[in-house]
Design a protein around this ligand. Structure first.
Ligand code: NAP
Length: 264
């Protein structure tokens, strides 16, 4: 058997053996792009969503059309009981988890600090920080060699806001993403002996519906003059980096945070 044939077989085995990934907030935007790209690269995908079941089912259909298994599972990652139910559903419907993309995240209406209510700040921290930590915890119980697992890979969606600070718009959101960076670095070190890699992506201005939920639907285009590459990024461009970090191609990366921000 020559070298070319061996490489062909290895490539196809790798595609078959990627495993099961849960992607939170995968009904649209960056999460949906990660789901379809992960499926293309051989992952079975659990598509979590909060409210829009029809959108989640469309992503499931796209994954299934690529020959991979997929299920849509509702659950608010700001609620611990929902997270526990979500992971149990993945166990039952797809089997043991080997990948997690902590993508679900929210912003609130852009404003200065004086306007922040306690409820706003609490909601952002619950979903962006506590949800990410608790999803990592549940994933570790399934992936860790200490718990009978075979290891795994976690990718967290941070934001360039963690570096930039979000002044006058959403310092609370930026701070929550700073926490995502920090927990990525800490868990990467803590979980390496368990066979689990933990990495993160910091997207910049990406053209998704998140900006509308912050009250500025055109924000990614309106601010593109601040971006060295002079345009917003796409969800697919973020997914390329996230799915690379998720898979075996990045096997020597842990605690790595990749900026996908057009140079900003
Ligand atoms: P998006 O278009 O607003 O999509 C958000 C997704 O998350 C949807 O699928 C939504 O599901 C789900 N979701 C919202 N709240 C949830 C909750 N409590 N529990 C579970 N799922 C929930 O957002 P995106 O722009 O793709 O952003 C994805 C991630 O990238 C976020 O963490 C965000 O902070 C980060 N990011 C985005 C940008 C950007 O410019 N777009 C920049 C930096 C970082 P439903 O529709 O069903 O509610």
């Amino acid at each position: 058997m020559n070298d070319l044939m061996l490489r062909f077989i290895f490539f196809n085995l790798e595609i078959i053996m990627q495993g099961v990934v849960l992607i939170t907030g995968a009904s649209r935007g960056i999460g949906a792009a990660c789901a379809t790209l992960a499926a293309q690269q051989g992952w079975d995908v659990a598509v979590n969503y909060a409210r829009d079941e029809a959108a989640a089912q469309r992503v499931v259909a796209q994954v299934q059309a690529m020959g991979r298994r997929a299920v849509a599972i509702q659950g608010d990652v700001g609620e611990e009981a929902d997270i526990l139910r979500l992971f149990d559903a993945v166990d039952r419907q797809l089997g043991r988890l080997t990948g997690l993309v902590n993508n679900a995240g929210i912003v609130a209406t852009g404003m200065r600090l004086e306007g922040y209510t306690w409820a706003r700040m609490e909601r952002i921290m619950r979903i962006n920080v506590l949800g990410t930590l608790a999803c990592c915890r549940e994933a570790v119980k399934r992936m860790s060699r200490e718990h009978g697992g075979t290891g795994g890979s976690i990718v967290n969606l941070s934001s360039a806001a963690a570096r930039l600070g979000g002044a006058n718009d959403y310092v609370d959101y930026a701070a929550s993403k700073g926490a995502v960076d920090t927990l990525t670095l800490g868990l990467a070190k803590e979980l390496a002996p368990d066979g689990i890699r933990v990495n993160a992506i910091r997207p910049g201005l990406i053209d998704t519906e998140i900006h509308a939920s912050g009250g500025k639907p055109n924000r990614a285009f309106d601010l593109s003059h601040l971006v060295p590459l002079q345009r917003p990024g796409t969800a697919d461009e973020v997914a390329q980096a996230a799915v690379w970090l998720l898979g075996e191609a990045s096997s020597y990366c842990t605690g790595t945070i990749i900026d996908v921000a057009g140079g900003r």
